[in-house]
Design a protein around this ligand. Sequence first.
Ligand SMILES: Nc1ncnc2c1ncn2[C@@H]1O[C@H](COP(=O)(O)OP(=O)(O)OP(=O)(O)O)[C@@H](O)[C@H]1O
Length: 259
Amino acid sequence: MSAEHLLLTVDDVDDHNHDGGVMKFQIRDLRKVSDAGVPILNGINVGIPEGMIVGIIGPSGSGKSTLLRALNRLWEPPSDTVFLDGRDIVDLDVLGLRRKVGMLFQLPVLFQGTVADNIRYGPNLRGKKLTDVEVSKLLTLADLDSSFLSKTGGELSVGQAQRVALARTLANEPEVLLLDEPTSALDPISTQNIEDVIVKLKKKRRMTVVMVSHSIKQIQRVADVVCLLVNGEIVEILKPNELSEAKHPMAQRFLQLSS
Ligand SMILES: Nc1ncnc2c1ncn2[C@@H]1O[C@H](COP(=O)(O)OP(=O)(O)OP(=O)(O)O)[C@@H](O)[C@H]1O
């Protein structure tokens, strides 16, 4: 089974990949040009299969974050370009979309108050009050024990704060996680903790994950399939163990310099 079979590209228009799996996202001819007229995304066509971890790698400035941000409308994509479960995301309620499609950034920013306050924040907005047991379960899911419940952001390491940010995102019961270099500020042990949680979420909850990373080794540890983005275009879709077989010259150069 080749990686192209795992993700739809270009002209495929149905909502299933070739193995019968369902496509969570469909991205069709997604383009962005900067205010100065510089192309940032050059016609992205790809499907993100449900329950898979899709890695996105590529040189700095190739458009990885812009692509990720289009998926929960942190950047508003044009209509008819990004579909979640077959529906154009610009037609969805934006807050509902962001609950379904959670995002984790490079550096965690916790709100004032305790860890428990942070985790309760999203559900509170929809009138749902999480019990201590529910909050503890979310902490456990993010690999933290319940002794963290009453701590504040200032008492946490960056790695612990990132896991709290992950638990806070998971409190919204997302179906998709967008991860923008989520471990680049973390030490190796915290990195491994986050990677383990991501893989567990995929296996146990069938979470769909789109992960931008600068670390090829990380992508090889975590992802099921890898998109190589160069100059705003997906130039290759490969399995993690096939990255050395990339044919595009820029992709080859990037991979050689990064390994
Ligand atoms: N709103 C904007 N206006 C103008 N240029 C932008 C805007 N957003 C992004 N860019 C430019 O688009 C290009 C792609 O940016 P983006 O952050 O998506 O790349 P990236 O691949 O995530 O980069 P990095 O790996 O360095 O984080 C960059 O040249 C960036 O300066």
